[in-house]
Design a protein around this ligand. Structure first.
Ligand SMILES: C[S@@+](CC[C@H](N)C(=O)[O-])C[C@H]1O[C@@H](n2cnc3c(N)ncnc32)[C@H](O)[C@@H]1O
Length: 306
């Protein structure tokens, strides 16, 4: 009885705040001009430094504390919702990096053997800042479609870090066979139709035997959304968007999917049938391991270029 009452009250609150939440979800996930960003027919999109004018001044954003070993903490609006305090920002990036290194370690690889690295979709270098620089030849690249993040990184990270802005078109300005490791933490979660083309592009720039570490949403992620993360304030917008999508679909529509997606690239949230994806990608590269909850709620797939 009490439970039923609780649910009724909860549903009333959810219904009352839903229009507001929907607006906030869209605003947060699609913060720019949605005529372009929301258009699935357009690829080659980016989040420009200035979204409102073609005349603009790029400001000095260098933090005086920047040094090769300790880049400063970026402004909160560059955190991609990963944390709500400086300590959490650092700890979260360290944890996600440690998870990736541990998975690579199980494949007998370490930062000593993987020295030329690309963090594709690096945001403000949340993970990249923790990659161990163990050799004189280590070269750590970050790229992102958000020019503001890249501008900040270029001003605040020093050697051996390099950064550039790319677009949503599956092309990277790097030579063939030139990287030991390319990783994407929560980036293939925002790429729909061009995901395979992106994987092929990553494969092109990897050397033979090089690794791609990609995190994705799958069925396990969905379970976690409605259990472990359902009341986590950092996941509020995300859980609400998924919940709303789920409520709008029929049980029939949700049966037997290979993937489903909410919103459009680069703000999409794509959820895979894991078995389908692993089978598909194993035709492009060797699937070394699949690790649920490697990146919070996301599953990591480690691939090796044959
Ligand atoms: C959820 S954030 C993850 C950021 C970072 N990887 C981390 O773990 O902190 C997703 C990032 O991917 C970027 N992004 C989305 N699509 C991209 C693409 N096709 N190429 C490069 N970056 C992309 C977004 O701008 C955003 O910074």
């Amino acid at each position: 009885m009490i439970n039923k009452l609780k649910h009724t009250v909860r549903d009333r609150i959810v219904n009352a705040v839903r229009p507001m939440v929907e607006g906030m979800v869209k605003q947060r996930l699609l913060p720019m001009d949605s005529r372009v960003l929301d258009n699935s027919f357009i690829t080659g999109k980016l989040l420009p430094y200035n979204t409102t004018s073609t005349e603009y001044i790029v400001k000095v954003e260098k933090d005086g504390r920047a040094s090769a070993s300790t880049p400063p903490i970026p402004p909160l609006e560059y955190w991609e919702g990963y944390a709500d305090s400086d300590e959490d920002y650092l700890a979260g990036g360290r944890k996600d990096m440690a998870a990736m290194l541990s998975i690579l370690n199980q494949a007998n690889e370490t930062p000593l053997t993987l020295t030329k690295v690309l963090d594709l979709g690096c945001a403000a270098g949340r993970m990249l800042r923790h990659y161990p620089c163990l050799t004189d030849t280590t070269e750590l690249w970050g790229s992102d479609i958000n020019a503001k993040y890249i501008n900040w990184c270029q001003q605040n990270f020093e050697d051996p870090f390099y950064f550039l802005t790319n677009t949503t078109a599956p092309h990277l300005p790097f030579e063939d066979n030139s990287f030991d490791l390319v990783y994407c933490g929560s980036v293939f979660t925002h790429i729909t139709d061009t995901a395979d083309a992106w994987l092929m592009e990553i494969r092109r720039i990897l050397r033979k035997g090089g690794y791609a570490y990609l995190t994705i949403h799958d069925e396990h992620t969905l379970d976690l959304m409605f259990t472990k993360y359902k009341d986590d304030p950092l996941f509020f917008y995300f859980v609400e968007a998924v919940r709303k999508f789920y409520e709008e679909q029929s049980a029939e529509a949700l049966k037997d999917y290979v993937y489903f997606t909410i919103f459009s690239d680069p703000a999409s949230q794509i959820f895979y049938n894991r078995e389908y994806l692993v089978k598909k990608w194993s035709r492009f590269a060797t699937v070394v391991s699949v690790t649920p909850e490697a990146h919070d709620h996301q599953t990591a797939i480690l691939l090796r270029k044959p």
